[in-house]
Design a protein around this ligand. Structure first.
Ligand code: ADP
Ligand code: ASP
Ligand code: MG
Length: 450
């Protein structure tokens, strides 16, 4: 068989009939695209998450009707779509039942089952749209191959199982038909639906690319590539034509929403290039994320991660003691919390925690149980509403004057924490959440617009 490209389309690329037709044009223009991964139509996941949080019957009805309208408006443009419409109605009935259950007692498992309908519906509608264009396409339930653990809301895929199941169930189909499947969702050992966390469809596409030994993964979104920072925050941000895996992975990890944080892990494992482009302007080019780039610059991009929590732990027992940090990290690990940035002094440590991350439910992991456990060891201070600003670059730790160049222009701001030295690709600053965009604009102006 010829080479395989996996193409992923985000929420805005399947939002309505025009967007879905643009996405279909892109798929059909490249015969190497054998697998298409879709997000839910824009807005649907947010509505489903709100339903999972529980709401009164009127609000519930209104939200379910909004979802129905988003999908129906696309089907209305297709001449004969009654069968799919019935299928969508059945799914909406399930959504209603699950939402009612959530209002009584919500759970992470219920949330995942509920939100999975976003991707299940968008893929059904897209297959119907392709059939109306006389394209032979098959709807494929990704949960049959995307096996995960049962960490609902942020499930981790079983890469080995995915490889084997792909070979059995997906690979043989590719010779005859185009596969349309869901991003973001999976299933655990008992068959219950899981999700990979918000924005997880990018990750699905990369995982399928790895399992199918794809030659490229194409991420089609609403901007024509990866920019020097979020162009919504800094309109003067410039497109990066080519970027290395490590740099792009740092960007994704530190909050550049354009890629789910884990997207590049499978791509790096198998050296698969990832292209990012706009489904609205497919001829506008995009960014190629690949192994090697020519002349990577010292400063590449700025990323912003909001809603960070700073924990400062004070203990005189730390003085000359061993094992204190290990104890703290064990406690955090047992609560599934990952630490991002850390600084230490003789009697205290400060850590930034990703307490929400990309989890589907949006529930904070910073619970009273965790704080009680930590308080038994030390005095705990918690500061919320902070943001991490990451300057991504190359050989940062070998360059001279970086500190002055960066901190020199940030004089008006309160910098709560600095992390520099662990990676040659990253300098990280913790700042008050309300100042974050201003900090990004100031740094972008001085480091990227001169
Ligand atoms: P999709 O639904 O297609 O996955 P997302 O909204 O998740 O789209 O990601 C695309 C958005 O990412 C853009 O609209 C842009 O605002 C944001 N973004 C953040 N950082 C960057 C960046 N460095 N370059 C381009 N876009 C970025
Ligand atoms: N639909 C999911 C979300 O909105 C996954 C994705 O779009 O990648 O987060
Ligand atoms: Mg996304």
């Amino acid at each position: 068989m010829s080479q395989i490209v996996v193409a992923k389309f985000g929420g805005t690329s399947v939002a309505d009939s025009v967007a879905m037709n643009n996405s279909a044009d892109i798929v059909l223009s490249n015969p190497d695209v054998k697998v298409v991964v879709l997000s839910a139509s824009a807005g649907v996941t947010n509505l489903l998450v709100a339903l999972a949080e529980g709401c009164n019957p009127d609000v519930r009805y209104e939200k379910i009707e909004q979802i129905r309208q988003i999908q129906y408006r696309i089907l209305d443009t297709l001449p004969d779509s009654n069968v799919v419409r019935e299928e969508i109605d059945r799914m909406l009935e399930n959504i209603t039942t699950l939402s009612e259950a959530s209002s009584l007692a919500s759970s992470l498992a219920l949330t995942d089952e509920l939100v999975s309908y976003g991707e299940l519906m968008s893929t059904l509608v897209f297959v119907e749209l392709l059939r109306n264009r006389n394209v032979d396409a098959e709807w494929f339930d990704v949960r049959n191959i995307m096996k995960t653990n049962d960490r609902f809301g942020r499930a981790e895929p079983d890469v080995k199982a995915l490889g084997e199941l792909c070979e059995q169930h997906l690979q043989p189909r590719l010779a005859n038909t185009l596969i349309i499947t869901q991003g973001f969702i999976g299933s655990e050992a008992q068959g219950r639906t899981t999700t990979l966390g918000r924005g997880g469809s990018d990750y699905t596409a990369a995982l399928l690319g790895e399992a199918l030994k794809a030659v490229r993964v194409d991420i089609w979104t609403d901007v024509p590539g990866i920019y020097t920072t979020d162009p919504r925050v800094v309109p003067k941000a410039q497109r990066i034509d080519e970027i290395g895996f490590e740099e792009a992975a740092e960007m994704a990890t530190f909050g550049a929403k354009i890629l789910h944080p884990a997207t590049l892990i499978p791509a790096v494992r198998k050296g698969i290039p990832v292209f990012v482009g706009s489904s609205k302007e497919p001829t506008a080019g995009g960014t190629l994320v690949c192994k090697k780039t020519t002349n990577p610059p010292l400063f590449r991009a700025l990323a912003l991660r909001r809603k960070q929590t700073l924990l400062t732990l004070h203990s005189l027992n730390m003085l000359h003691a061993r094992g204190f940090l290990a104890e703290i990290f064990n406690i955090l690990a047992s609560h599934n919390i990952s630490v991002d940035v850390i600084t230490t002094s003789e009697v205290s440590i400060a850590l930034t925690l990703d307490t929400i991350g990309s989890s589907t439910s949006g529930a904070s992991l910073l619970t009273n149980a965790l704080l009680t456990e930590l308080s038994a060891l030390c005095r705990v201070e918690v500061e919320e509403n902070l943001a991490l600003v990451a300057l991504i670059g190359n050989k940062l730790i070998k360059a001279r004057g970086v500190g002055k160049e960066v901190l020199g222009v940030l004089e008006p701001f309160n910098i709560r924490m600095i992390s520099y030295g662990a990676s040659s690709h990253n300098l990280c600053l913790l700042v008050p959440g309300d100042d974050a965009e201003h900090v990004i604009k100031t740094l972008h102006h001085n480091l990227f617009e001169q």
